[in-house]
Design a protein around this ligand. Structure first.
Ligand code: SF4
Length: 340
């Protein structure tokens, strides 16, 4: 039985950031080179994460997705995967990665019990990759996807953030590439959250534009039915291939949102756009029992009312949600700390 918030949305899907560090500098998330990192002593240990997940599963959470920053930077990550995979209350343990370190880690992650993996791939062009990420790791990401296709083929996803004038001419090629590896690509609309300080509405490639572009090449896509709380709308092409679009900016899905986010230092956020969160590290380290932690979490979720992306929809002359000075005041506002 799931715990419901003020909008009858269940507490079901926990996105778990295991580090705020990243080895790429994607312009729509980490446009700067240096950041104020979370203090090392504040980072939750695997045992602490394990305990907090027990509190969440006792309230009905049945899916966990590991994120970052870049989660594969966290040392011994297969150990944590092993702890989570043992939990019978969890029907799904998934992970989102930028793929740079995946070629060597796909096998141990799979053997530790990881169920599903999503790899971020915004471009097939090394030059565009460098322009987007300030790094030259494109070939390593492609090798990582190859390893994922071998060791974690089930429900393999490739996520591509599409930005006008950057990679919106690669939609068809990205779809073809994903299918070569038995993966499903999900095109993500550019979001104005966290470190996206250069965001503008003009640079957003909308769901409709994505569908029109693909239809021109492959024929009209048909809608594929998806569960109400899914982030991606899914479509099937006349040739049977499928793809997804995550339209957080033009068609937000907050009314069915069952997701919340735990940062690597134990701050819990009810929404990607939320300014404030709940500190769980303090009570945990103060010795609260798992039951007491669960009561703390339950009381907060019951008061949840946030619909961040929907609230942004109505803003005239919409610009980036946050500027550099605001982000510098609280690193938890950053997407790479909140885990996307
Ligand atoms: S913006 Fe917030 S409420 Fe809306 S879908 Fe994202 S996390 Fe959920």
């Amino acid at each position: 039985m799931h715990l419901l918030d003020l909008r009858s949305r269940p507490l079901a899907n926990l996105r778990l950031s295991v580090t705020d560090r990243c080895n790429l500098r994607c312009s729509y998330c980490m446009p700067e080179e240096s950041y104020q990192w979370l203090p090392k002593q504040d980072i939750l240990t695997f045992e602490e994460i394990d305990r907090l997940v027990d509190a969440f599963t006792s309230l009905g959470v049945d899916r966990v997705r590991l994120t970052g920053g870049e989660p594969l930077l966290r040392q011994n990550l297969p150990v944590l995967i092993g702890l989570l995979a043992k939990k019978t209350a969890l029907g799904d343990v998934a992970l989102t990665t930028n793929g740079v370190l995946l070629a060597d880690l796909a096998q141990p992650l799979a053997q530790a019990g990881l169920r599903r993996i999503t790899v971020s791939l915004d471009t097939l062009r090394p030059g565009t990759f460098h322009a987007l990420t300030k790094r030259d790791d494109h070939a390593r990401v492609l090798a990582g996807i190859q390893a994922a296709a071998r060791w974690l083929p089930r429900d393999l996803k490739l996520d591509s953030v599409i930005i006008k004038g950057v990679n919106d001419d690669e939609l068809c090629d990205l779809l073809d590439f994903a299918n070569e590896y038995g993966a499903e690509v999900r095109f993500i609309e550019y979001m104005d959250v966290g470190g996206a300080t250069a965001w503008s509405a003009e640079r957003v490639v909308s769901l409709q534009t994505i569908l029109d572009t693909l239809a021109a090449r492959f024929g009209t896509p048909q809608v594929v039915a998806t569960p109400g709380n899914a982030t991606a709308q899914r479509f099937r092409l006349p040739d049977g291939r499928t793809f997804g679009v995550i339209a957080s900016t033009t068609q937000p899905f907050c009314d069915a949102c069952d997701r919340s986010r735990l940062t690597a230092d134990g701050m819990w956020y009810m929404c990607l756009y939320a300014r404030g969160g709940l500190d769980l590290r303090g009570p945990l380290r103060a010795g609260l029992s798992t039951l007491e932690l669960a009561q703390h979490i339950a009381a907060t979720w019951r008061r949840r009312d946030k619909r961040g992306a929907m609230e942004r929809l109505g803003i005239a002359d919409r610009g980036p949600m946050l500027d550099r000075p605001a982000l510098a005041q609280d690193p938890h506002l950053e997407m790479h700390t909140r885990g996307g």
